[in-house]
Design a protein around this ligand. Structure first.
Ligand SMILES: NC(=O)c1ccc[n+]([C@@H]2O[C@H](COP(=O)([O-])OP(=O)(O)OC[C@H]3O[C@@H](n4cnc5c(N)ncnc54)[C@H](OP(=O)(O)O)[C@@H]3O)[C@@H](O)[C@H]2O)c1
Length: 209
């Protein structure tokens, strides 16, 4: 079972829409159960697949964290008791709109911070360079690669399988500390989208086929 924490938002809902077309059981999490139920129906799931974040995390083996940076630490602290031994896929980018730059407090990535906060979880970091707008548009095939990283090889497997299930290509970028680069790459894409007046530019690694 996959839980999408913050599944009512842009990235989470886009991902839920893609996953709803597969056979993967998925739950949408929110701070508010009614919002989750509405979002689940909107994503093509049953309203009953909308839960509070805690309920969703409790029932899942793969927990996808898709909340804005300001919610990162409080959400992880609230979910921590339910994440023991589970794969936590962190998508967080700490982007500062004022300085138009990605912030790495203390020099570490959001995903490394997640692993510090919840040492009992198996943290994988990814999806930073995937556009929520692209995911949400089911009329078009998914584009781009899903770069991900982590220190637990076994934890990467369900993430890669989930990525393949939505017809995207998983690309293992290495250790969890590589998330510093992946989060910075998201900042680059935000800048490129602005400069070229696009909303869903993405990253694809050439030559891997
Ligand atoms: N948007 C993209 O294209 C994209 C791409 C790659 C990575 N990301 C990353 O993915 C994460 C989510 O991005 P997003 O654009 O989907 O965000 P978003 O739409 O602004 O928010 C996602 C959800 O998070 C919950 N939330 C909002 N503030 C919160 C808080 N203070 N504490 C806890 N939960 C809160 C809300 O759900 P409820 O109110 O229902 O709880 C909201 O629907 C971010 O870290 C972002 O950097 C985004």
């Amino acid at each position: 079972m996959i839980a999408i924490i913050g599944g009512t938002g842009r990235l989470g809902l886009g991902l839920a829409r893609r996953l709803s077309r597969t056979q993967t059981p998925v739950l949408i999490g929110s701070r508010d159960e009614n919002r989750a139920r509405t979002a689940a129906a909107e994503a093509g799931l049953g309203a009953g697949q909308g839960r509070t974040n805690v309920d969703a995390a409790r029932s899942a083996d793969l927990v996808i964290l898709a909340v804005p940076n300001e919610g990162h630490e409080p959400t992880l602290r609230a979910l921590a008791p339910h994440l023991g031994g589970k794969v936590l896929l962190d998508t967080t980018v700490h982007y500062d709109r004022t300085t138009r730059s990605v912030v790495l407090p203390g020099g570490i990535s959001a995903a490394e911070r997640a692993q510090q906060l919840v040492p009992q979880a198996r943290v994988v970091s990814g999806f930073h360079t995937v556009s929520a707008a692209m995911l949400a548009d089911l009329e078009r095939p998914a584009r781009g690669d899903v770069l991900f990283c982590g220190d637990d090889a076994g934890a990467k497997e369900p993430v890669a399988a989930m990525v393949r299930s939505i017809d995207m290509r998983p690309v293992d970028a290495g250790a969890l500390a590589t998330s510093r680069l992946l989060e910075q790459l998201a900042g680059l894409l935000i800048d490129l989208n602005r400069r070229y007046k696009k909303k869903d530019l993405t990253i694809q690694i050439a030559g891997l086929e």
